[in-house]
Design a protein around this ligand. Structure first.
Ligand SMILES: Nc1nc2c(ncn2[C@@H]2O[C@H](COP(=O)(O)OP(=O)(O)OP(=O)(O)O)[C@@H](O)[C@H]2O)c(=O)[nH]1
Ligand SMILES: [Mg+2]
Length: 68
């Protein structure tokens, strides 16, 4: 049986300027930024403990206009 991974990837979708980066930064760093800096590409890694188990959450945020 393959080893179970506690590594999860989260992708955040939404129109420009709706607050995706703000949500992620609040979760990862506990901060809030008033200024608006449009994202080109961001990746964050956060470790959390749920019911005594260690999980790694990786968040990838991309400017979709780079993909089309
Ligand atoms: N008042 C208020 N402002 C917010 C909130 N969330 C985000 N903002 C503001 O909205 C603006 C855009 O937020 P971002 O998190 O950069 O938005 P985004 O969805 O990541 O934008 P893109 O990367 O361009 O797609 C910033 O100036 C934030 O400070 C909120 O809950 N309340
Ligand atoms: Mg953003």
């Amino acid at each position: 049986m393959p080893e179970q991974s506690n590594d999860y990837r989260v992708v955040v979708f939404g129109a420009g300027g709706v607050g995706k980066s703000s949500l992620v930064l609040r979760f990862v760093k506990g901060t809030f930024r008033e200024s608006y800096i449009p994202t080109i590409e961001d990746t964050y890694r956060q470790f959390i403990i749920v019911h005594g188990l260690l999980f790694a959450v990786v968040t990838l945020s991309l400017d979709v206009s780079l993909l089309i």
